[in-house]
Design a protein around this ligand. Structure first.
Ligand SMILES: [Zn+2]
Length: 605
């Protein structure tokens, strides 16, 4: 029997009806053929790692690009479909097997494309110009030019292949070890229960400060038991990266911030300007913590209070249909088309919001590359947090939707820009809620979660960023001891939180998964970027008036074919390398925080 507040189930059968679906079988067969074509054409592109430049090679490289795009669509489709099924039914063994198969497809495609990629990166500029003359290749000019920017870092073919092979038992293995350790950890809770990490984390949202504090201490002591293994992994991953950066610094020195900036399509100057401006203005986020402490009746928050709920907040539940109506109305105020998009999502059953027992936790938005249709996944239970999450994910879905007619290669955007549409959507819905002039007690949880974002993006993320930067700087001289890691984390937190917390989270280097992901470094600053960038976009709504919507769509459509700086210049007329833009976004945060502080003062909670 369905629960009154739960959301609907989605329809993904429109992609493949089941595991035996003929088109799923056909797609796998097609993929195998594509791999063979890519491998056989790619073989002839290089001679001892050097690109061959005759006309026939250019034609082969063009053909590979075309086949690659077809293969990417199929790999993506199968992967998305398997992941959707596994999300709803975490124990589905067929889905898990298909997921594993699609991951191996991805790996095979990566290997098959190695020679082609090298050819693109190293071929002379005259030949490269000829190569991109064909329409399908020209459509990918931006991505290809980004690839060529890395040409100075390329090693010999043998070295590249060796690194790729050794990576598996190097950083990848360390990252896997972290997952194994954290997945198997038991947190001995004060009430005698033994919980997994995810279950224990839920205690951080408990309304009783003693419960939160004890659970937090229990979690950190569980991490202390694993600190040797986790520190070894962190040192190894950072050390591996520094070693490879040194190897790649043949013609120009490669800094440890260069690769994450490249991945985020932002310049080092943009990153430094943003982080610097945030540091100078983070008092606004500390004000949130002070107001929250006052509201909770504590003199100073502890690190266990960062997820505390507001006191005595009324549990105000939203029926799924009411939440959809709210979001549709809010979106429609931006533009009627944006409002209609919500109806399209509902009518096509592209939202999974049911309260299934074997569903995976979390929320995400995904896209089927074949049909170019989005899906939103979450477990909707009616809380205001769920309403905001739904708005956030629908924002992501809208982003993909406005790109659905574009060449697939132009629709992949970096993490820095990925949050633009989602945080924009979330902000629009929060504004709508506020404008509806609900009662103070109903507004408190809304403004509370809104204000908390200031803490997350202007204090917590910058503290992570500073820690990671210092980690690389020190790691260059040798591995860091556990005591050093703790000290470093404590310092990073103190520099940002200052007197707003009674103690700092010195085990955060161990407990935060993001530091241990083997495939990507600095999995932090893109969040702050996304938050402030989308607030900047949001503020344009007022100044541009009726011209805003078209400008917004134009911006979203260009997120996969421009750097963030070019995008901001073209669509907003702003310079991301100048602190003015970031200051303006922080001013919007200030307005939000002031509203929160005013409410807290009015309620005298
Ligand atoms: Zn998101």
């Amino acid at each position: 029997m369905s629960k009154p507040y739960e959301g609907p189930e989605w329809d993904i059968a429109s992609e493949y009806s089941d595991f035996g679906d003929k088109s799923l079988v056909d797609d796998r067969q097609l993929l195998s053929n594509y791999f063979e074509t890519i491998a056989s054409l790619g073989e002839g592109l290089l001679e001892a790692g050097i690109p061959k430049e005759e006309k026939s090679h250019i034609a082969d490289a063009q053909q590979i690009l075309s086949v690659k795009n077809k293969a990417l669509i199929l790999v993506g489709n199968i992967n998305t479909w398997a992941n959707c099924i596994a999300s709803v039914d975490a124990k589905n063994s067929q889905a898990r097997a298909l997921l594993a198969e699609s991951q191996s497809f991805k790996a095979r495609l990566g290997v098959a494309l190695q020679d082609w990629q090298r050819w693109v990166q190293l071929v002379s500029s005259g030949v490269y110009q000829e190569f991109i003359e064909v329409r399908e290749v020209a459509a990918e000019a931006y991505t290809l030019s980004r690839l060529r920017l890395l040409s100075s870092q390329i090693l010999t073919l043998e070295e590249e292949k060796m690194l790729k092979t050794l990576e598996l038992n190097g950083p990848t293995a360390w990252g896997n070890l972290y997952d194994i350790v954290s997945g198997g950890m038991n947190v001995a809770m004060p009430d005698g229960k033994s919980l997994g990490l995810a279950q224990a984390a839920a205690y951080m949202e408990n309304s009783d400060v003693n419960v939160r504090r004890k659970a937090w201490l229990a979690q950190n002591s569980a991490w202390e038991e694993q600190e040797e293994a986790v520190a070894a992994g962190l040192n190894a991953i950072a050390g591996w990266r520094l070693d490879t950066y040194k190897m790649r610094s043949v013609s120009t020195e490669l800094h440890f911030l260069d690769p994450p900036c490249h991945q985020g399509a932002i310049s080092r100057l943009t990153l430094d300007t943003m982080m610097g401006t945030v540091s100078e203005n983070n008092e606004v986020a500390r004000e949130v913590l002070k107001a929250q402490a006052a509201c909770l009746g504590i003199e100073q928050l502890g690190p266990w209070d960062l997820f505390a709920p507001p006191p005595g907040s009324k549990v105000d539940l939203w029926l799924f249909d009411d939440a959809i109506k709210l979001i549709r109305d809010a979106f429609a105020k931006v533009d009627p088309d944006m409002g209609s998009f919500v109806d399209i999502m509902v009518e096509n059953r592209w939202i999974e919001g049911s309260d299934g027992k074997s569903k995976r936790p979390g929320a995400y938005c995904t896209r089927f590359p074949k049909s170019r249709t989005p899906r939103v996944y979450m477990t909707y239970a009616g809380g205001i947090k769920d309403v905001i999450t739904l708005a956030h994910e629908l924002g992501h879905a809208f982003h993909g939707w406005v790109m659905r007619d574009m060449p697939i290669s132009q629709t992949w955007y970096p993490m820095t820009l990925a949050e633009t549409a989602s945080i924009f959507a979330q902000t629009v819905v929060l504004e709508e809620l506020r404008n509806r002039g609900r009662s103070q007690s109903e507004l408190l949880p809304i403004l509370w979660s809104d204000a908390r974002e200031a803490e997350a993006f202007l204090l917590n993320i910058p503290a992570r960023y500073d820690f990671e930067k210092a980690l690389y700087e020190k790691r260059a001289a040798g591995p860091l001891s556990i005591a050093e890691l703790k000290l470093l984390m404590e310092k990073s937190w103190r520099d940002h939180y200052r007197d707003c917390l009674s103690e700092m989270n010195k085990m955060f280097w161990a407990s935060k998964l993001h530091f241990h992901i083997s495939g990507i470094s600095f999995y932090n600053f893109p969040y702050t970027f996304g938050y402030l960038f989308s607030l900047g976009v949001f503020s344009r709504q007022k100044s541009l008036g009726s011209d805003f919507y078209q400008s917004y769509i134009g911006l979203l459509r260009n997120t996969g074919r421009m750097t963030a700086e070019d995008l901001a210049k073209k669509h907003m007329g702003v310079d991301l390398e100048d602190s003015q833009f970031w200051n303006e976004s922080i001013n919007i945060v200030r307005v939000k925080v002031n509203r929160f502080k005013d409410l807290v003062a009015e309620i005298r909670c």
